[in-house]
Design a binder for this molecule. Structure first.
Ligand SMILES: Cc1ncc(COP(=O)(O)O)c(C=O)c1O
Length: 299
């Protein structure tokens, strides 16, 4: 699945630093930390008519990621919310919108890795785009297992939502070469971690399983699915999941802000067959859709 240019995005207004710019003018310095070392953290937000989905949770994850990376200047939440409101208003966006919020460590006085070279505060980028959920959620996606492993805290903690995405990008290249939609990344012990840009769940009978959040991003959508299972009395368990278990799942699906809940129809050429006929994923999709207004915040 290759995303296409959406004509509605040709005149975007994008926030960089402390104001809005037309998309042709929206730029960061070549001395910015994100250029120098991928030294930035980010969040993907989705806008629904009822507001911004799980806004405070996303901003909290961004704060915690920036704090873990010892950013010395993290803008107050009120500033970020106000910038987001101005950005959405300038673009007249109130639905079908994905917003990439990035906070870089800021511009450096000279090139180099040392954070002490950052002496003018962080750079906030708010990039909104018309972007309905990116996957064909009716037909689902095909996936292969990547040879590239997902980081765990021994190397780079997956709980930091950072811009060093090269291992995920390499996994996505393998999916492209294989002619499928996404790549499953394993952890250091060869248990499933997550797809290159989404979290993974499996249903076996009426039980739902998802990997521990040790080598996957602790996705906001993942967290909500866990809560919805608990709320509706569906057995949900975080545990190690091997490829054999995934191949033999009754249902497999992935979750993320970009695409919401998406069925996985094939993994490494094995069709995912629903041999017991229970439709747990369908129930969760409907609980998720009903929950959206409650989890949205108006700016
Ligand atoms: C690697 C990775 N996994 C999972 C997700 C899904 O997380 P969320 O549900 O917070 O969008 C993302 C989204 O940014 C991601 O980059």
């Amino acid at each position: 699945m290759l995303q296409k240019f959406d004509e509605r995005n040709k005149d975007l207004h994008i926030w960089v630093g402390d104001r809005l710019y037309h998309r042709d003018e929206a730029k960061v310095s070549v001395f910015d930390s994100v250029v120098q070392g991928g030294d930035a953290v980010w969040e993907g937000l989705r806008i629904y008519p009822e507001g911004v989905m799980m806004l405070d949770r996303h901003l909290n994850r961004m704060y915690e990621s920036a704090k873990a990376l010892a950013f010395t200047h993290i803008p107050p939440t009120t500033f970020i919310k106000d910038a987001l409101r101005q950005t959405l208003e300038a673009n007249r966006m109130d639905r079908d919108t994905h917003v990439r919020v990035t906070l870089t460590r800021g511009s450096k006085i000279t090139s180099g890795m040392d954070p002490r070279l950052n002496q003018s505060g962080s750079t906030l980028i708010i990039l909104p785009e018309w972007k309905p959920p990116v996957y064909d959620n009716d037909h689902g996606i095909k996936v292969i297992t990547s040879t590239i492993r997902r980081n765990n805290p021994a190397f780079l903690d997956s709980k930091i939502h950072h811009n060093n995405l090269l291992n995920n990008i390499q996994a996505k290249i393998q999916a492209n070469v294989a002619g499928v939609d996404a790549a499953l990344m394993l952890d250091k012990d060869a248990f499933a971690a997550e797809l290159n840009g989404t979290n993974i769940f499996m249903a076996k009978g009426d039980r739902v399983y998802t990997p521990y959040a040790t080598a996957c991003l602790h996705g906001m959508t993942r967290g909500l699915i866990i809560e919805l299972c608990q709320l509706h009395g569906i057995h949900i368990e975080e545990r190690n999941l091997s490829l054999t278990e995934l191949y033999n799942a009754d249902e497999l699906f992935c979750s993320g802000t970009m695409g919401e809940l998406t069925p996985i129809t094939e993994l490494d050429g094995r069709l995912i067959e629903n041999r017991n006929g229970k439709k747990v994923m369908k129930k969760l999709i409907s609980y998720f859709e009903k929950a959206i207004p409650e989890y949205c915040t108006r700016l």
